[in-house]
Write a protein that binds this ligand. Sequence first.
Ligand code: ZN
Length: 395
Amino acid sequence: MEINIELLLNLPNLSVLDCSISDKEAHIYCENTSSTCVCPSCLRPSSSVRMYQERTVRDMALLGRKVYLHLRVRQFFCQDCNRYFNESFSFVEASKTMTTRYEEYLYFLSDNLCINQVSIKEDVVWLSVNNIYKHYSDKQIEKRKVWQEVRYLGIDEISVKKGKKNYACVLVDLERGLILDFLENRQKETLIAYFKEKGEDFCNQIEVVSCDMWDAYSTLATDLFPKAETVIDRYHFFVHLNKALDATRKNLRKACPEQEAFKHIRWSLLKSPEKLSEDEKKALKVAFEVSPALQEVYELRTELKTVFDTDMSKAAATEKVEEWQEKAKKLENVPIGKFLKTLNNWKDKVLNFFHKRHTNAVVEGLNNGIRGIIRRSFGFHSFDNLRRRVLVEFG
Ligand SMILES: [Zn+2]
């Protein structure tokens, strides 16, 4: 049975002249089927061939063999323009050493493997795979039309190197739950330069900026987005209250190191009460019997959470929170005292939550996605590539 290689190749206007196949490689010699070629300057067809050259390009593997196409490239002469030109092929761009479909395949592989793995798997030099990844992902990122409709902007950070205080900044469209951009650091100057470049119209369209209690974010929001209201993200705010609760537990552990009731209750304390198992509930009950003060702080957190879970006006919420503050003050608990100070500093922006009830909750999910990408790529070669991966997947 004769094998029809042309049918297998499935490339337009290509006829196969010869073929040599070894264990690992297939070399396919081919040429264009049309007798004429259009001159690139006058667009008239020419049939006057002056010279032949060979051009080798890599193509998709065939039954485990690397495939090289040896293209017979004709040089034509255009009598009208009095110039020479080489014919081109629709399936491979000028000056490229791979067919477009093979480049696209490598890009497809790079989606789930790191550049290094693709390079080894396909036996293509790392730099080529990296350039292909850059080229195709940038094209995909540029195509996105994500900026026009942003109204609620979330600014958050994520630690990109384990154990190091190396924070990258995540910009999120909170309404649509997508990552707008991913910046290498969260410094104020970086963010100012970034949004200045986005332009005045963009800055004016922002209605809400949600961020955590980091000075740079909050002053930035007032400086850059004149029409926006700054909201301290509820999630981050409660992280501080959880810290106070945990510090109370730690102090008890220090004061009574032998007390069994205070051991192994950290996660049960920090968990939402409705998510506790029966055993966890029991452990907490025992701890609370030994230390009613711990129970008071625990209940205080639940009370504040209930305020935030209830739909009410900012004025009504302010009243509730102030009542809560009075009650909290009376505990004379040092960690809670610290929390109250933070709350006082940020109160207005914390309470803005009751206007639009927007949270960065969606950002937590996206941040987990970013952590997944970092894990999958076993770290990352450059921040730019990490950014590309993040935007292609979550942008
Ligand atoms: Zn011409």
